[in-house]
Write a protein that binds this ligand. Structure first.
Ligand code: M6P
Ligand code: ZN
Length: 187
């Protein structure tokens, strides 16, 4: 097919905007059923307005081999029970890497290869590297929106079932120190 022509995009770290933008997607609490430990707290929050947990604004680059799509994700501040607002999480069916770059706020990039859990904190100016074969999820561990730029191979794809069914091996929860990453089989 036709490849995209050269272009520049504005990345607004204060709003999460990408200009020009492609597909914009939103995930609400009700889209995250089954992922948080406290299912009752999730249902209460769904009943109390079902707020948007995160939004992804993609640049107009197609997800096809050879292209390098990029997007800005904004995760709102909040928790379900003790667990911080987070993305669904996925793995790349074609095992390919990905880079996340912090734009605003503070988050945790959680990675899981099916056995080992690794995580890194992402702040503005920090790049996190996701190696091929590691499922990944981000959580907002701060009190303001957490925003990051993601750059990934166009043929990587998104496998959500592997995380929905097998979990990430750990949860990102509130603690006296602010947050902690707690390893939990099936979590
Ligand atoms: C980043 C990238 C996207 C991903 C998004 C939200 O922007 O990794 O590919 O879609 O985060 O994460 P998820 O798809 O797991 O909801
Ligand atoms: Zn990915």
């Amino acid at each position: 097919g036709d490849l995209v022509r050269p272009f520049a995009a504005g990345i607004d770290g204060a709003s999460g905007g990408v200009d020009p933008a492609g597909v914009v997607s939103e995930r609400r609490l009700s889209d995250l059923r089954g992922l948080f430990r406290d299912a009752a707290a999730l249902e209460r929050a769904v009943g109390e307005g079902d707020e948007v947990v995160y939004r992804v604004v993609a640049a107009p680059v197609p997800e096809v081999e050879g292209e390098v799509p990029f997007s800005v994700t904004t995760i709102e501040a909040g928790r379900v029970g003790d667990e911080f607002y987070m993305t669904r999480g996925h793995a790349h069916p074609e095992p390919q890497g990905e880079v996340y770059f912090g734009l605003s706020g503070r988050g945790v990039l959680l990675m899981y290869d099916g056995e080992e859990v690794r995580w890194v904190e992402i702040r503005p100016g920090v790049a996190g590297y996701i190696p091929p074969g590691w499922a990944h999820r981000t959580a907002n561990v701060g009190g303001e929106p957490f925003r990051f730029l993601a750059v990934y191979p166009g043929s990587a794809g998104h496998d959500y079932a592997i995380v929905a069914e097998g979990g990430m091996g750990a949860r990102v929860v509130r603690s006296a120190a602010g947050y902690e990453v707690v390893e939990e089989p099936g979590g």
